[in-house]
Ligand binder design. Structure first.
Ligand code: AMP
Length: 404
């Protein structure tokens, strides 16, 4: 299937072509006709699947048709960064049509947003808190909204936005189209979807924990205290170009950034101790290739779409398998192969097994010469004993040097 087959107007097709897209991704193929027909969608889709264009292209089609200077589409996202990315996508795909956009996120100038609203935007991209702020101050009306998009609904719930979201939805017409996207469709997510969707069509539904096919995963067993040196060693010896490194805490991110910087690496950091301005600058520096390593915590990295990430490094393992899947989804997007490298310390072993169980995948275990751990792999710990037989599993097929 081609984009032409999707019945989009020529200026949008031109923009898609200019963006270098050759053909629609599966979620686009499936969702765009449904959105154009005006029906509701519940989509299980992670960032990296092309879901933004799946809703942005048909919305822009509608904006071109209806015009005017009232909000026609409202996109809610959990984070400022994601809001900015979604807005950037709208700009990219809408460059040949007459569309005005307002991005309403916290941490940015209120007055500037008020000015953007005064210009009569047809598309609003917002995080819940700041949008409510504008609504309560009477700076905008949502009576004219035809399409409501909830992007990364699961994250919105995780971040405690449920009440804000519901309050906003009460200000949007009942008769509307709702497009609901979430990486996972857990029970609480499904329940929210039931409340706000009308006969939705399910799209892109695949097992919740399926990990991206084009991400090559490996685990490096290492002692906790040697992880910083190991990372520096790998950065030097393995020629990684764009590396996103996850730490569990803000402090951990700060310390790691400092250590790597002192060793001469070009590093930036994104976490809760940094202002919005600093985060944006860090992200820009990383995206433009000025720095090759970006150290981030989970919360700060939600929904980031950074092209060309060659490696995701789990310096600290995440708290749960879901977060693991989310993190490694940052690499290997849109067809390219990515690499996910996880530093596993002795205490992480049960979590590693859990990840393997929910993703139904064995992750290759390795050690790096000179950084061999002082602990050995627990017996009968691998995925092959899932049948509960407690057989000792020998990982000869998966072990080897870090470069293999
Ligand atoms: P998303 O899942 O919306 O965050 O998109 C992930 C990445 O894929 C973005 O960098 C998009 O620019 C890119 N992308 C979206 N649709 C396509 C397509 N049809 N062909 C190639 N790349 C795409």
């Amino acid at each position: 299937m081609t984009f032409e087959d999707l019945d989009l107007i020529p200026p949008i097709l031109r923009a898609v072509e200019a963006a270098g897209y050759k053909k629609p991704t599966p979620i686009q193929e499936r969702a765009i006709p449904i959105v154009l027909r005006g029906e509701d969608i519940i989509g299980a889709a992670q960032t990296g699947t092309g879901k933004t264009a799946a809703f942005a292209l048909p919305i822009l089609d509608d904006v071109d048709y209806i015009g005017g200077n009232e909000p026609l589409a409202l996109v809610l996202t959990p984070t400022r960064e994601l809001a900015q990315q979604v807005a950037d996508s709208f700009e990219t795909y809408g460059r040949f049509i007459d569309v005005r956009l307002a991005v309403l996120v916290g941490g940015a100038s209120f007055d500037k947003q008020v000015r953007a609203l005064a210009a009569g935007p047809q598309v609003i991209v917002a995080t819940p808190g700041r949008l409510l702020d504008h609504l309560q101050r009477g700076r905008l009306q949502l009576d004219s909204v035809r399409t409501l998009v909830l992007d990364e609904a699961d994250r919105m719930l995780d971040m405690g936005f449920i009440h804000d979201v519901k309050r906003i939805i009460r200000r949007v017409p009942r008769k509307r189209q709702t497009l609901f996207f979430s990486a996972t469709l857990r029970p609480d997510v499904e329940s929210l979807a039931r409340d706000i969707l009308n006969n939705p069509i399910r799209v892109g539904v695949k097992p919740d924990y399926e990990t991206a096919e084009h991400v090559r995963q490996r685990v490096i067993r290492v002692d906790s205290a040697r992880r910083r040196q190991l990372l520096a060693h790998l950065l030097t010896t393995e020629g990684w170009d764009q590396v996103l490194v996850f730490t569990r805490t803000r402090r951990g991110a700060e310390t790691l950034t400092m250590v790597l910087r002192n060793r001469g690496f070009q590093v930036e950091e994104i976490h809760g101790n940094r202002s919005q301005k600093e985060r944006n600058a860090a992200l820009d520096a990383f995206k433009s290739g000025k720095v090759t390593v970006l150290v981030a915590t989970d919360v700060a990295s939600r929904g980031l779409d950074i092209r060309g990430i060659s490696h995701v490094v789990n310096f600290d393992m995440p708290n749960n398998p879901e977060e693991y899947v989310h993190r490694i989804g940052r690499t290997g997007r849109a067809g390219a192969t990515g690499y996910a490298v996880s530093f596993v310390v002795a205490d992480d072993w049960p979590l590693l097994r859990e990840i393997e169980q929910v993703t139904s995948k064995e992750i290759r275990r390795t050690t790096v010469a000179g950084f061999e751990p002082t602990w050995s792999e627990p017996i009968a710990s691998g995925p092959k004993d899932w049948d509960g037989k407690g057989v000792k599993v020998v990982y000869s097929a998966f072990s080897g040097s870090a470069k293999s």
